[in-house]
Design a protein around this ligand. Structure first.
Ligand SMILES: Nc1ncnc2c1ncn2[C@@H]1O[C@H](COP(=O)(O)OP(=O)(O)OP(=O)(O)O)[C@@H](O)[C@H]1O
Ligand SMILES: [Mg+2]
Length: 70
């Protein structure tokens, strides 16, 4: 684990904005955003089928989002 400097704190390490992803007629994500900062623990919570895995797969590059940017 590295040390978080004052300069790094508050700088988004992960930034997803307005991510939408559909599988056929199923819209898994609609305008989802995620910001994770250095020095913070970020959790993604939601019901079964809410789109958590799809969001992470968009982040990792496994899925290409229909819209939005990362
Ligand atoms: N490859 C796929 N093809 C078709 N539909 C999919 C696919 N992946 C996910 N879905 C659908 O997208 C929606 C979101 O699924 P996702 O797996 O992202 O949810 P989740 O929040 O990770 O759920 P869980 O808590 O069960 O892991 C669901 O309706 C799911 O059936
Ligand atoms: Mg999942």
């Amino acid at each position: 684990m590295g040390t978080t400097t004052t300069a790094e704190a508050g700088t988004p390490k992960i930034e997803l904005r307005g991510i939408s992803k559909s599988f056929g007629s199923v819209q898994a994500l609609k305008g989802a955003s995620l910001f994770a900062n250095v020095g913070e623990v970020t959790a993604i919570v939601g019901d079964n089928g809410a789109g958590k895995s799809t969001l992470i797969k968009c982040l990792s590059g496994y899925h290409s989002p229909d819209s939005g940017r990362s």
